[in-house]
Design a binder for this molecule. Structure first.
Ligand SMILES: NC(=O)c1ccc[n+]([C@@H]2O[C@H](COP(=O)([O-])OP(=O)(O)OC[C@H]3O[C@@H](n4cnc5c(N)ncnc54)[C@H](O)[C@@H]3O)[C@@H](O)[C@H]2O)c1
Length: 380
């Protein structure tokens, strides 16, 4: 086995926990081409990051991300901080020759994403955006089936990412609802995930027509709520978005992202219709892929449930987990992402979605915002 990769992770909250778990589990369940060492975790609050270090399994903790990206001991920088920090941290890490795994969306806008991709190209290292939903076994199987032509000529791609926490108008104004910290709010936060699925499963967007909107214009400021004060601030980023578009090859697309879908906690659904069949995926039932084969005998046609848990290489990723029928969950998607990323670093080969994919994703996000502003179709 080649040298060991020492990892530095920035951020210890939601994604910090998900990524720490992935770094812990990947070497235990996958035959990685290189050993990994969970070296340093970083967060601004010294006491909290020390607690996270002990709990999440890191050796060292620091309060300034520059210590991680500049350290000669670190080989991989993993960015799990809010979107407004991605560009500065990633570009600095790339300049120091680190391989970089960065949470989505890649940056806040086209300018940041272009700079990040340019830095990545120049650094000649491995770079990846953490669109983990690509690595759900059912989605990876859908990709395989599409590549093999199981659906024939593709007509429609439709996807919806729906949550409901903003339906409470008193939900706090956090970094995700401000333009300067999130880029474009719910649009870039969760539409970026299903744009990634469209690009992965079908191809590039060529033209879009969309609406982005903010339903609740003011919310209690999060940083004051923690101090017991209730003061309202302006929501400056979209809290919902929907668009239609054309994907290459004349595929019609419609995508929607919202946090106002009461009853939907983390609902991601994808349906693709082709000349020979359809597939349907629902994240709330993530171990299954529904497949309709138009070539089935007429008397038994219907969507079938493919339980994506078959081992021995039959279905993607699941060989490394449990016996057939023993499902996996959200956290496994990050383990798959980390395992693929580490092997790519060992091989010195690109692994998708790269920073170039992050930039292409941003082009779609930006085109939708532009379309909403001008009320017209916009080329991507
Ligand atoms: N792939 C996914 O499914 C998924 C899910 C949620 C969030 N995300 C993305 O992950 C990123 C982080 O989101 P989150 O939900 O974990 O946010 P969070 O608010 O839960 O955590 C952010 C972390 O970053 C730290 N942080 C903020 N600024 C910092 C700085 N300057 N230096 C060091 N640490 C800093 C905070 O202390 C905290 O530990 C975002 O870009 C978000 O879009 C991805």
């Amino acid at each position: 086995m080649a040298k060991k990769f020492r990892v530095g992770l920035i951020g210890y909250k939601f994604m910090g926990r998900a990524h720490s778990n992935a770094w812990r589990q990947a070497p235990k369940f996958f035959d990685l081409k290189t050993n990994v060492e969970m070296h340093t975790i970083c967060g601004r609050d010294t006491a909290a990051v020390q607690a996270a270090r002990a709990k999440l399994g890191w050796q060292f903790a620091v309060a300034d991300w520059r210590e991680v990206v500049e350290s000669p001991l670190i080989d991989i920088v993993d960015i799990g901080t809010p979107t407004f920090t991605h560009a500065e941290i990633a570009i600095a890490a790339l300049k120091h020759g680190k391989h970089v795994l960065c949470e989505k969306p890649l940056g806040r806008d086209l300018k940041e994403c272009e700079a990040m991709y340019a830095a990545a190209k120049k650094a000649k290292v491995v770079h990846m955006v953490c669109h983990n939903y690509r690595r759900i076994p059912a989605i990876a199987l859908a990709k395989r089936m599409m590549t093999e032509g199981a659906l024939g000529k593709i007509y429609h791609f439709r996807a919806r990412y729906a949550q409901d926490r903003l339906a409470d108008s008193e939900f706090p104004l956090d970094w995700r609802l401000k333009k300067e910290t999130s880029g474009s709010g719910v649009h870039s936060d969760i539409n970026s995930h299903i744009i990634d699925l469209a690009r992965y499963l079908v191809g590039e967007f060529t033209e879009v027509c969309g609406i982005v909107h903010t339903f609740v214009p003011e919310r209690p400021r999060a940083e004051l709520l923690t101090k017991g004060k209730r003061q309202y601030g302006k929501v400056t980023a979209p809290d919902s978005a929907a668009f239609i578009g054309w994907l290459e090859g004349g595929v019609m697309a419609n995508l929607e992202a919202t946090r106002y879908a009461l009853g939907r906690r983390n609902h991601i659904e994808v349906e693709i219709n082709g000349s020979k069949g359809s597939i349907y995926f629902d994240f709330e039932d993530m171990n299954k892929l529904k497949f309709y084969n138009g070539e089935d005998p007429k008397d038994r046609q219907g969507f079938r449930d493919i339980l994506v848990t078959q081992r021995d290489g039959v279905q993607p990723y699941v060989t490394n987990w449990w016996p057939p029928g023993h499902g996996i969950g959200y956290e496994h998607t990050f383990v798959h992402a980390v395992a693929d990323f580490v092997n790519a670093c060992a091989d010195g080969k690109p692994v998708q979605p790269t920073f170039e994919d992050g930039l292409k994703n941003q082009r779609v996000l930006t085109a939708v915002e532009k379309s909403s502003a001008v009320g017209k179709w916009v080329k991507v």
